[in-house]
Design a protein around this ligand. Structure first.
Ligand SMILES: Cc1cc2nc3c(=O)[nH]c(=O)nc-3n(C[C@H](O)[C@H](O)[C@H](O)COP(=O)(O)OP(=O)(O)OC[C@H]3O[C@@H](n4cnc5c(N)ncnc54)[C@H](O)[C@@H]3O)c2cc1C
Length: 282
């Protein structure tokens, strides 16, 4: 297989190269997904555009409104960042759950989101945190909620000439509790069979905000706002937790694969939503 390998030194050079080659170009960041796709001949780009030399896209920065993550930030840095671990522990947890340490060192957050493999860990947490993704393209930048960025099976809103330039995670409600649970059905370093992120905020014992995002079991990470709403104004008692878990199991269309049948994944969605809610309840 022959392709041209281009290493732009600025974002505008990278965007120009993408605009010039259109569908014939493929971005490579950490390469953990792209190299496998090339080896398996799933893709045959004429031009491979490396983001590795672009300055200023590998960062973890907090401001008064939340956390900005550069798309080239390796998952391992996010997992080990004291800032992320303190303010967004479930995000650190999800990045630390990805594959193994070698993969986490190489894989970038932008690459993980752009790949849109349904069996991924970070997207569920980012969905529960209401994260947003900024894309740069020839006509300027646009920012999309994560729910509008991941559109389907390996499909995102990215145009061939766009690059993810920022991932923003707003501060969660004060005093909220959050967790991420990954269930692996085959091996300890496997991708998730089911991943569940849950965030709950309370006033005294009353839940004022509940967000539950299920990933990996379905084509795209899913939140069910009508089921989440059952918790609002209530204490998260065992019966309510069981109802919410049953609501997720009943309304998420699970995707059968080597990690489990649709029936099995539905059962695991119920079990893991329940476990996640038991961890975040007061
Ligand atoms: C053995 C193994 C185990 C794994 N286990 C897990 C797991 O348990 N959980 C999990 O979530 N993931 C897992 N992964 C997937 C891994 O997390 C992703 O492959 C990785 O995050 C992709 O990042 P990358 O930088 O390597 O992307 P690349 O391989 O470089 O690119 C991936 C895709 O993103 C595009 N892209 C990259 N950066 C950008 C950008 N800034 N803007 C626009 N498009 C971009 C590329 O064109 C390509 O389509 C595993 C991968 C391997 C190989």
């Amino acid at each position: 297989m022959r392709f041209e390998f281009v290493q732009p030194e600025t974002l505008s050079q990278a965007l120009e190269t993408l605009a010039q080659h259109g569908d014939e170009a493929k971005i490579i960041a950490g390469g953990t997904a792209v190299v496998l796709m090339l080896q398996q001949k799933l893709i045959a780009p004429a031009v491979l555009v490396s983001l590795g030399r672009l300055p200023g896209l590998d960062y973890i920065r907090a401001d008064a409104t939340g956390l900005h993550l550069g798309p080239l930030t390796p998952l391992r840095r996010i997992a080990r960042s004291p800032l992320v671990r303190e303010q967004f522990p479930a995000l650190a947890q999800a990045c630390a759950e990805v594959g193994n340490v070698r993969i986490q060192n190489q894989a970038t957050l932008g690459g993980n989101l752009a790949e849109a493999d349904y069996a991924s860990d970070p997207p569920a947490v980012l969905l529960a945190l209401d994260a947003a993704v900024t894309l740069a393209g020839p006509a300027g930048s646009r920012t999309l909620a994560l729910a509008d960025f991941v559109l389907g099976f390996y499909t995102t809103a990215l145009a061939p000439d766009e690059i993810i330039t920022d991932i923003f995670v707003p501060l969660p409600p004060a005093g909220s509790r959050m967790t991420y649970l990954k269930y692996k059905s085959r091996a300890s370093e496997d991708r998730p069979c089911v991943g569940v992120a849950a965030l709950a905020a309370f006033e005294n014992d009353t839940c004022i905000d509940l967000r539950v995002a299920v990933g990996a079991a379905c084509e795209v990470p899913r939140r069910l706002v009508e089921v989440e709403a059952l918790a609002r104004g209530q204490a998260l008692r065992p019966g309510l937790i069981a109802d919410i878990a049953a609501g997720y199991a009943a309304n998420i269309e699970t995707l059968p694969d080597l990690r489990g049948s649709a029936w099995y994944k539905t059962e695991m969605v119920r079990v893991y939503v329940q476990r996640a809610l038991e961890l975040v309840r007061q």
